[in-house]
Design a protein around this ligand. Structure first.
Ligand code: SF4
Length: 299
């Protein structure tokens, strides 16, 4: 990865696929918890994904938004890089995941069973969601095809600003974020570098063509308004699932927001119900710990 941002990120546990690019992986908290026999993340509850066999990665840390709630640091912004080829990323997945989890395994000593450890070394799922906007990586469709061909299921999480790239991606489940009910709020909360509100809406309208989900990160006092407007956009999207998730006061977002911007689970649930009441979605499931409610399209 280009010098500068890399050292700080390495200290935070990022493993880079090559020295010239910002393609990276980092096991999430749930992966480590599941490895130690603890709880799995809500994606296990909602979609059956085993957390200790899930690789959280990104092909680029570049991004074209500056969302207030983002946990990444804009101070460590990556602006230029030499893209890492898809085959280098594929071959690095197991090696870097093992490297990232090895230290944790040692710390946990007897808590991790050999069976869990062996399973973790044989990941089955790739969540392209670590940080950065993956559609800014020019070879994303090719990378996902490679993951598919090698037996991984993939979750692709995008901010929706590049519908042309998104349309060419064949992930197992595609997420597009909708973090505002209108353009004005979008500009305030997501702080896009260009005029991308219409492009986000275009991406959302592609979601009826694939297994898909819309992610709404609810920030108390900022975008928890006009649920009917969210509902109208969702109705047009055709997405199968909607995750309404409360903002978590974590990482670098603490420099931009306050603890009071974190909605309680009951508030998230109430807002999700209001959205559901105004469109063809129903509450399917919820996870209090992660403050997330899953809606599913009816019929
Ligand atoms: S789109 Fe994602 S990576 Fe980019 S600033 Fe927003 S939350 Fe962060």
């Amino acid at each position: 990865m280009p010098s500068g941002p890399c050292d700080a990120l390495r200290r935070q546990g990022y493993q880079f696929f090559s020295s010239q690019s910002s393609a990276a992986l980092k096991p999430c908290m749930w992966c480590k918890r599941a490895l130690a026999g603890g709880d799995m993340c809500y994606k296990h509850q909602f979609y059956g994904i085993a957390s200790h066999r899930c690789v959280q990665m990104t092909p680029t840390l570049r991004c074209n938004q500056r969302c207030l709630f983002c946990w990444r640091s804009f101070e460590h912004e990556v602006t230029a890089e030499e893209e890492c080829p898809p085959d280098v990323i594929l071959t690095g997945i197991r090696r870097l995941q093992k490297k990232a989890l090895a230290g944790y395994n040692a710390v946990l000593d007897n808590t991790v069973t050999d069976e869990k450890w062996q399973e973790a070394l044989d990941p089955k799922h790739v969540a392209i969601s670590l940080s950065g906007e993956p559609t800014l990586y020019s070879r994303l469709p090719e990378l996902i095809d490679l993951f598919n061909a090698n037996g991984y299921t993939t979750f692709l999480v995008s901010n929706g600003t590049n519908p042309d790239v998104l349309e060419r991606c064949r992930a197992y489940q595609t997420y597009v974020s909708l973090d505002a009910p209108d353009e004005e709020t979008y500009r305030k909360v997501c702080r896009p570098l260009a005029d991308t509100w219409e492009l986000v809406n275009e991406s959302l309208r592609l979601l009826g063509k694939c297994r898909s989900a819309v992610r709404i990160t609810l920030v108390a006092g900022l975008n928890d308004v006009t649920p009917a407007k969210y509902a109208a956009i969702l109705q047009e999207s055709g997405a199968r699932f909607v995750e309404v998730k409360g903002y978590m006061y974590l990482g670098y977002s603490r420099n931009r927001l306050q603890r009071k911007n974190m909605p309680e689970h009951d508030a998230v649930r109430a807002f999700a119900e209001k959205i559901a009441a105004a469109c063809d979605y129903r509450v399917r499931d919820e996870n209090r710990l992660s403050r997330v409610v899953c809606l599913e399209r009816e019929g």
